[in-house]
Design a protein around this ligand. Structure first.
Ligand code: COA
Length: 373
């Protein structure tokens, strides 16, 4: 897969953010109200009281301190507990397209490309806001891009699977220069009334430009040496919202219409799967571990990343070898590893190698070996 580069990245960060303290205060107000309202049932043993959430637990279990969101007010209102987004007319840009355009403009700028240089757009993300038309086609239209566009979803691994798809398409000749956007409003599918997971996600959008090395003139570009994607079915991260909900008479407020996970099982099963994927991938490509200067890992849980980093490098990674951004952004699904890559790649020297790796529901995991040009 030589000769294809990532020549630009962009990150759209929402204006509003929520600290653990603010989130816990809102959740605890909701839980106390729930317990008061249901006091009789709880006292009779017919209903479990809701336990309170805790800032220290959140930070020590996940490494998260803060998350950016598209709507703070609704999430922090104990009577609402979800973001409230405006309903737009069909002739207005959809909210995911709007975020994507902002991130895309940054990536175009960094790569020194114009919309007329792009001939395909891929939206690769977990949380698409509608069935069709594709968000990618809307982005294409607003940016004035020719060619074709489509949406794809491999949950948290969407961006790395998107990179593999785009690199393969450039290699095969179906496109020359591709824009990938990863808009994630994870707060829309998070149950803020569930203490076990209310702290996990945040909102963001990232963008990438992929093109042939020969056409690239960016000062910060990385050659894609190789990609490797794997999947293995698991129900441990699941969301049943979908196109058959109406036919199945599901209700939009049913708990399984939002993100659900068995966090402990995910942790235990995904860490070895991902460590092995990266080690196998490096070995397949004859890259020595000592030559890997950076790991840009999916940003879900700090301990998970610490385990993976240690297993791959065979020692505890230095801070700059495995940068984390989840303390500021929380888990932003497919966008997390791209934010880390975007923020921690400019300082690398020519020919230094790094691995971009994402993992999540499916299970799915994608590894991309990159070399600074
Ligand atoms: N505040 C206080 N206590 C809480 C709490 C909260 N918000 N949420 C859970 N707890 C309690 C639990 O009830 C449990 O109590 P118990 O020991 O009395 O039963 C205890 O804290 C530990 O809970 P557990 O769920 O086992 O915590 P954990 O250490 O596994 O951390 C996750 C939870 C979700 C942070 C962690 O499992 C994780 O990150 N897993 C991977 C998730 C992931 O990557 N998902 C991918 C999504 S794309």
């Amino acid at each position: 897969m030589n000769e294809i580069v990532i020549s630009g990245t962009g990150v759209f960060t929402p204006k509003e953010s929520i600290t653990n303290k603010e989130l816990v205060e809102a959740y605890n107000a909701y839980a106390e109200k729930f317990n008061t309202l249901n006091k009789d049932l709880i006292d009779n043993g017919e209903l479990d009281a809701l336990e309170l959430s805790n800032e220290d637990f959140i930070y020590s279990a996940s490494g998260i301190k803060n998350r950016y969101v598209m709507d703070k007010k609704g999430i922090l209102n104990p009577d609402i507990m979800h973001p409230i987004l405006d309903r737009r007319n069909n002739d207005e840009p959809s909210i995911l397209a709007e975020m994507s355009i902002e991130a895309a403009k940054q990536a175009l700028d960094v790569s020194g490309k114009k919309p007329s240089d792009i001939d395909a757009v891929i939206t690769a993300c977990s949380n698409l806001e509608r069935a069709y038309p594709a968000i990618a086609i809307e982005v294409q239209q607003y940016l004035g891009i020719q060619g074709f566009a489509f949406d794809m979803n491999v949950a948290c691994s969407s961006a790395t699977f998107g990179i593999q798809a785009a690199a393969d398409m450039i290699k095969a000749g179906s496109a020359e220069t591709i824009l990938i956007v990863d808009p994630e409003i994870c707060s829309g599918h998070l149950d803020f009334k569930d203490r076990d997971c209310h702290f996990i996600f945040g909102d963001v959008c990232t963008a990438l430009i992929l093109e042939k090395k020969a056409s690239a003139n960016s000062t910060n570009s990385f050659e894609i040496l190789s990609t490797k994607c794997i999947t293995q079915f698991s129900n441990n991260i699941r969301n049943n919202f979908g196109f058959l909900n109406n036919a199945k008479q599901s209700k939009t407020l049913d708990r399984d219409m939002l993100f659900m996970q068995e966090g402990r099982k995910v942790f235990k099963e995904v860490v070895p799967m991902v460590s092995q994927l990266i080690l196998d991938h490096l070995s397949d490509e004859n890259v020595e571990i000592n030559d890997v200067k950076r790991l840009w890992l999916h940003q879900a849980n700090k301990s998970m990343n610490d385990f993976i980093g240690k297993k791959v490098l065979g020692r505890t990674p230095e801070k700059n070898e495995q940068p984390n951004i989840l303390q500021d952004y929380a888990n932003t699904s497919s966008a997390g590893s791209i934010i880390a890559f975007s923020q921690y790649s400019e300082d690398m020297n020519k020919d230094e190698i790094g691995v971009l790796c994402s993992f999540g529901a499916g299970y799915s995991a994608g590894s991309v070996i990159l070399r600074k040009t």
